[in-house]
Write a protein that binds this ligand. Structure first.
Ligand SMILES: CC(C)(COP(=O)(O)OP(=O)(O)OC[C@H]1O[C@@H](n2cnc3c(N)ncnc32)[C@H](O)[C@@H]1OP(=O)(O)O)[C@@H](O)C(=O)NCCC(=O)NCCS
Length: 251
């Protein structure tokens, strides 16, 4: 083998070793359960770490347009770890999947640096359309267990997605989004101002329409009475009083 070939080979090995080290460091930084576990224990038993390392290899081969092998690696990784990452997905540095079972990351998903996912997260599409159809996740995002992010939505940097949230719209940076459909409950650490949660004393558009019609009829009756020289009939137009009292929603 030529000196150039040897140098290229050793460069690849150095890169691979530093990739493995940074993956283990991401696990140590974000999973307290790593505690006193050795690097070997983490590599041998942390499915999230195994799945990401397998993805890194599969992605490199996928970019070189090697047939079958990248998808094969992805398939075996899923069999062993329960985590499915399409080799075409683009994932930045410091990515970590905790526990991991049931995680699915689609082909056109894009993930920035230092992103954390828990088990059961789906970065999926919404239908059968081709092209960019999976989410884009910016840097330092955390996505709780069971969250489903569907379609080509963008999750802004530093956002937190609550467990079991269903995200179908863009998520602002540094916000906390929960629920189905996902909605922000915090932006920049502050509670979101907005309509209160009083679902009992809701505005009643029907009653508003009846009130306005009633007022117009009264006015017309007055005008007819004036024109005909008769008396204003003074008909009572009943109006339902607004509901009062405590809301069961606490509003
Ligand atoms: C969303 C989350 C990140 C908390 O963020 P936070 O900024 O600390 O927000 P808070 O805990 O103050 O919650 C804010 C509001 O959202 C609600 N909320 C929090 N998490 C929620 C969730 N997953 N689903 C629905 N509502 C949720 C809270 O009840 C609170 O409501 P309130 O303002 O009416 O009281 C956290 O609750 C979460 O879901 N983390 C994921 C953890 C996980 O998946 N762990 C797996 C370990 S194996």
């Amino acid at each position: 083998m030529s000196t150039l070939g040897l140098m290229a080979g050793s460069e690849q090995i150095t890169k691979a070793v530093s990739g493995i080290k940074s993956q283990v460091a991401a696990a140590r930084g974000r999973d307290p359960a790593t505690g006193s576990a050795s690097t070997f224990e983490i590599l041998a038993t942390w499915p999230g770490v195994q799945a990401i390392l397998a993805y890194r290899l599969a992605h490199r081969l996928y970019c070189r347009r090697l047939p079958l092998v990248p998808l094969g690696i992805s398939f075996f990784s899923r069999v062993i770890t329960g985590i499915e990452i399409h080799p075409g997905a683009q994932i930045g540095q410091g990515f970590f999947i905790d526990h991991g079972a049931g995680v699915v990351i689609g082909e056109t998903a894009e993930i920035g640096d230092n992103v954390t996912l828990y088990q059961g997260v789906t970065l999926g599409g919404t239908g059968f359309q081709a092209g960019k159809r999976h989410p884009t996740i910016e840097d330092n995002v955390t996505i709780g267990s069971g969250a489903k992010l569907l379609g080509p939505v963008t999750v802004g940097h530093g956002a937190k997605i609550g467990a079991n949230t269903v995200v179908v719209e863009d998520v602002p940076s540094r916000s906390t989004v929960v629920g189905n459909p996902g909605h922000p409950v915090r932006i920049e650490g502050r509670k979101v101002e907005g309509p209160d949660a009083d679902w009992i004393h809701l505005p009643d558009p029907l009653q508003d329409a009846v009130k306005s019609l009633s007022a117009r009829i009264k006015e017309l009756e007055k005008q007819v009475a004036d024109l005909s020289g008769g008396e204003d009939p003074q008909v009572e137009h009943p109006v339902t009083p607004p509901k009062k009292g405590r809301s069961s929603a606490g509003g």
